[in-house]
Design a binder for this molecule. Structure first.
Ligand code: ADP
Ligand code: MG
Length: 386
């Protein structure tokens, strides 16, 4: 089937659209990227999203306008693929996360999570005349799950190796890990192996992007190839202090977002860095190495063992300073991009939502309770017919 997968992640850097050929039965699924593009948000929509993520209030009327505007951006992203939509079988659209509240225990009572992705699937289905699946996270949350991360099951199906375990680390705005035990994924009769794990490790690029945008007075949005970080020196003392945040010490399942690791958190860290006498470059280096340190800590604390192969996806895989720090912090593993195993690092998550849509229409559960903590496997996504 020809499927377009779409996502804009917590970085809010733009909408990734992946035209993908998906085939196979059950979890013996294969995906071939035909074409991928990233369609940027207008400055106005991007700053509105970032302001809402930083807890700025909004009226319901303005929220409705923003929802429409995000959907229109997703539709334009689809059109930018320049493909004949009558040949496309299905669209899977994650949308744009505006808010994510993990489940929690409050006063002895379990409170379900809550998550809000904008970019209406109904509008996408009507504009493209393609069946569209959207709102992938809510069914898992209704079953007590985190609703995130959803990609580990896809990592299992696309990257598992029969002879070794692996860690797959996504570094988007937020970071998340998948642990994959050895598994021969080529046999459709095989069920998924026991022991796949996954959780959000903490900040990925979100803090770095905030610092770069703030310190460059909006001239830059990210630290291209880690060039600013390379010019500085990371402060291990600050990193050690920042690692004491309870999120890093709490055991999985866990998920997070800009609610914890957003502008207010980054601003407070910049104050601490200035007090400690760090230069701007030192601060960028420290934030980048902090991302590496949160990943290292998560692996040492919560993985059954550290695999010898670690594959990195998402925009963070393009930051060579970050990749170098990860390699130094995990010296017994080989750290490389998912591209070393044939999976595009930029469009991996968009491809994942193409596959989750494929599973939805084939009635195959898309969540992994061992990752999200949901009570059971379930179908993910709302279905919109044109
Ligand atoms: N060449 C690069 N060098 C350094 N960082 C990069 C590069 N390309 C992308 N990034 C980082 O990756 C982020 C986007 O990553 P992405 O995987 O799209 O995250 P998300 O899923 O949160 O949107 C950018 O905001 C930027 O911080
Ligand atoms: Mg992105």
């Amino acid at each position: 089937m020809k499927i377009i997968g779409l996502i804009s992640g917590t970085s809010v850097d733009g909408i990734d659209a992946a035209l993908t050929e998906v085939s196979g039965e059950g979890y013996a699924v294969e995906a071939k990227l035909i074409k991928g593009i990233t369609y940027p948000y207008s400055d106005e929509v991007r700053s509105q999203i970032l302001a809402l993520c930083a807890d700025q209030p909004i009226t319901l009327a303005a929220l409705a306008d923003l929802d429409d505007a995000i959907a229109q951006h997703f539709i334009q992203a689809i059109q930018s693929l320049n493909t004949d939509l009558s040949t496309v079988d299905l669209i899977g659209s994650h949308g744009q996360t505006l808010h994510h509240r993990p489940p929690a225990v409050r006063n002895g009572n379990k409170r379900l999570g809550h998550t809000l992705q904008l970019g209406r699937g109904d509008l996408i289905a009507q504009a493209t005349r393609c069946t569209t699946i959207s709102n992938f996270r809510v069914a898992d949350i209704a079953l007590g799950g985190e609703g995130a991360p959803l990609v580990p099951i896809i990592d299992a199906c696309l990257l598992s190796q029969p002879d070794r375990d692996l860690a797959v680390q996504n570094v988007g705005g937020i970071g998340n890990v998948t642990y994959l035990p050895p598994w021969d994924r080529s046999d459709p009769a095989q069920s998924l192996p026991e022991g796949i794990k996954g959780w959000d490790t903490g900040p990925g690029n979100a803090l770095i992007d905030w610092a770069v945008a703030t310190l460059s007075n909006g001239q830059k949005t990210y630290d291209k190839n880690g060039e600013w970080a390379v010019a500085g020196t990371a402060s291990q003392a600050l990193i050690d202090r920042w690692l004491e945040h309870p999120f890093f010490l709490s055991p999985p399942p866990k998920s997070t977002g800009r609610e914890l690791f957003g502008a207010a958190y980054a601003q407070q860290h910049w104050q601490e860095a200035k007090q400690a006498g760090l230069t701007e470059a030192d601060f960028i280096a420290t934030l980048t190495d902090f991302t590496a340190a949160t990943i290292e800590l998560s692996y040492r604390k919560f993985l059954p063992k550290i695999p010898t192969e670690i594959l990195i996806g998402g925009g963070g895989s393009r930051n060579s300073y970050l990749m170098g720090r990860l390699q130094q912090r995990l010296p017994n593993a080989t750290v490389s991009s998912t591209e070393a195993r044939g999976l595009d690092a930029d469009y991996k998550e968009a491809i994942a939502f193409a596959i989750l849509a494929y599973w939805r229409i084939h009635n195959i559960p898309g969540n992994l309770p061992s990752v999200t903590g949901a009570a059971r496997p379930c179908l993910l996504g709302e279905l919109w017919q044109p």
